[in-house]
Write a protein that binds this ligand. Structure first.
Ligand SMILES: NC(=O)c1ccc[n+]([C@@H]2O[C@H](COP(=O)([O-])OP(=O)(O)OC[C@H]3O[C@@H](n4cnc5c(N)ncnc54)[C@H](O)[C@@H]3O)[C@@H](O)[C@H]2O)c1
Length: 271
């Protein structure tokens, strides 16, 4: 892919004020895209936009609250006023607040509020972003929508059922979007990150937990925000012009194997 594979394209990235969204916005800008960083964390979005501009890229920050549809409409109005088009939409924002994730425990103790708080941002927010973006993409002759889901969306576990099922709904939304707008040349794909080392995950996990994860990851390192950014750049670009409706794991292979087999075989003296 050429250095400026996304030259002139207009890309909206939600939740771009830190961590994975920041890496994705920077990577899109580095390939020549004009990037709109939309986040409830406007200070973070402004900081990243300034950094992109300092590197010679084009970027602007816009305040967005996915819980408030009027801010989504206002976001796309601002983008169209400024650039006249939208080519790339990366739905990266999610409700990953510590208190939310901590309260998202066993189903037997789940509250309706915690359940709804995951779906309201992760699923409904993503759907509303697509709803308000698609008419502009159609007017521009097509576009690429990339939804950040999660590796846990295809698994079941002992914690975070609201988060993981809200992301499973994002996978379904991805396929529905690909079906409903494919003939208008709009592609829609989802990325399923595995554990990606961000400030948050480093805070939540100690050295011991990171070693356990490393043991189950097929590749010799853990994931970084840039790994997700590389996948986003690919899906946004013409290199992926025949790719739609796909659900891509970017997880170092952690969901590829049955986690207990290695332990069982080792215990039997076979591995
Ligand atoms: N870090 C990981 O290991 C990991 C793994 C799997 C999936 N993911 C997914 O990757 C994406 C980015 O995760 P991250 O680790 O960078 O987390 P993060 O918390 O840094 O990013 C989430 C972003 O969404 C924004 N946001 C939250 N609520 C919002 C709202 N109402 N309106 C607008 N913006 C809002 C936040 O301000 C933040 O910038 C998320 O979709 C997350 O579910 C992350």
């Amino acid at each position: 892919m050429s250095e400026k594979a996304l030259e002139g394209r207009v890309a909206v990235v939600s939740g771009a004020g830190a961590n994975i969204g920041e890496a994705c916005a920077r990577a899109l800008a580095a390939r020549g895209a004009r990037v709109i960083l939309a986040d409830i964390n406007i200070d973070g979005a402004n900081r990243v936009a300034e950094a992109i501009r300092a590197d010679g890229g084009e970027a602007m920050a816009v305040k967005l609250d996915l819980l408030d549809e009027s801010t989504i409409e206002a976001l796309f109005d601002t983008v169209i006023d400024r650039y006249g088009r939208v080519d790339i939409l990366h739905n990266n924002a999610a409700n990953t607040r510590m208190e939310q994730m901590a309260a998202d425990g066993p189903i037997g103790e789940m509250t309706a509020e915690v359940w709804d708080a995951a779906y309201a941002i992760n699923t409904r927010g993503t759907m509303l972003m697509i709803k308000h973006c698609v008419p502009h993409m159609i007017a521009a002759g097509g576009g690429s929508i990339i939804n950040t889901s999660s590796g846990v969306s295809i698994l079941g576990d002992i914690f975070n059922p609201a988060y993981s099922s809200s992301k499973a709904a994002v996978n379904s939304l991805t396929r529905n979007t690909a079906v409903q707008f494919g003939k208008q040349n709009i592609r829609c794909n989802a990325i399923l990150p595995g554990l990606i080392l961000t400030h948050l995950s480093r805070e939540m996990m100690g050295e011991e937990q990171l070693k356990m994860l490393a043991r189950h990851t097929l590749l010799p390192r853990l994931g970084a925000p840039e790994d997700i950014a590389n996948a986003v750049v690919f899906l946004a670009s013409d290199a992926a012009s025949f790719v739609t409706g796909q659900i891509f794991s970017v997880d170092g292979g952690i969901t590829t194997h049955q986690p207990y087999v290695g332990d069982v075989f080792a215990n039997m003296g076979l591995a």
